[in-house]
Design a protein around this ligand. Structure first.
Ligand code: 13P
Length: 283
């Protein structure tokens, strides 16, 4: 069933687990994520970056995800990941996303509050939930690139003020993760997470979770993270499976036969993450 992000994440916040938000840009990835969630009896969030929308088409990708979500036996939300452009966010609201992130992290604090508030004033009456980002998460996520020197951790006092002034539904915080592939293991600031969660008492979002060691993910969940974004791990599973097909079955040229193993690989990664995040059997 298709639901809002808030419906999924409020329950996760109240019951103490996290739900995976997996990036998609086509039919095969979407289907793999939903099948994994159904097999694990887990709620799930499917998210599209702005460049995934440019790649697939806004109406087209919305129709694919919404249709598969409506047919699914588990709750599925369609979320806009890192919406930095006002026009894209508005188009997603019109095209049926049930959750949007307005990423105003490149703006000064007050400007971020102002635009986030404007987005919420339109999204909420339409029944769409909103995520915002405070602090700056490093690394590269499609069109969003933040150099390590520009990444900044979320300030807990600012987080309280930001949430009070905007009324945002869930907040992405910067505690040391980064988008993309890590060079070493990331160092997460768990004390900061604990402090922010205690003061906000709302769903918290962790970006850049691919490649973060399992024990760190589990600790972050135990300290109050409720939405965990995964993109790079899916892309790498796709690439590895595709490479294997090309190498081991050089005579195969049917795209369906080449894509099937990539879907299986993505599905396996999603199932592993779901169990790691503790959202299995929560649908
Ligand atoms: P990764 O690519 O590191 O998994 O991050 C995904 C993400 O945070 C999307 O917003």
């Amino acid at each position: 069933m298709l639901v809002t992000g808030k419906e999924i994440l409020q329950k996760a916040h109240e019951e103490g687990y996290a739900v995976g938000a997996f990036n998609t840009s086509n039919l095969e990835m979407t289907r793999a994520v939903i099948e994994a969630a159904e097999e694990e009896k887990s709620p799930v969030i499917i998210q599209t970056s702005q460049s995934a929308i440019t790649y697939a088409g806004s109406t087209e990708i919305a129709m694919i995800v919404r249709l598969l979500a409506e047919e699914a036996s588990v709750p599925v939300a369609l979320h806009l990941d890192h919406g930095t452009d006002w026009d894209v966010v508005m188009k997603c609201l019109r095209d049926g996303w049930t959750s949007v992130m307005f990423d105003g992290s490149k703006y000064e604090f007050d400007k971020n509050i102002e635009i986030t508030k404007q987005v919420i004033s339109i999204a909420h009456p339409m029944g769409v939930s909103v995520e915002a980002e405070l602090g700056k998460i490093g690394g590269v996520e499609d069109h969003v690139k933040v150099d390590a020197k520009d990444a900044t951790m979320t300030d807990p006092d600012e987080a309280v003020e930001f949430v009070e002034k905007t009324g945002v539904d869930y907040l992405a915080i910067a505690i040391g993760t980064a988008h993309g592939v890590y060079k070493g293991d990331p160092e997460l600031d768990f004390d900061r997470l604990k402090d922010i969660k205690a003061r906000l008492n709302m769903p918290i979002v962790l970006h850049g979770a691919s490649g973060v060691p399992e024990e760190d993910i589990k600790k972050a969940v135990s300290l109050g993270v409720n939405k965990i974004n995964i993109d790079t791990d899916l892309r790498q599973a796709f690439k590895k499976a595709m490479h294997k097909v090309v190498k081991e079955q050089p005579d195969v040229y049917d795209p369906r036969k080449m894509l099937a193993p990539t879907s299986d690989a993505i599905k396996e990664v999603v199932k592993t993450k779901i169990r790691m995040f503790g959202s299995n059997n929560r649908a």
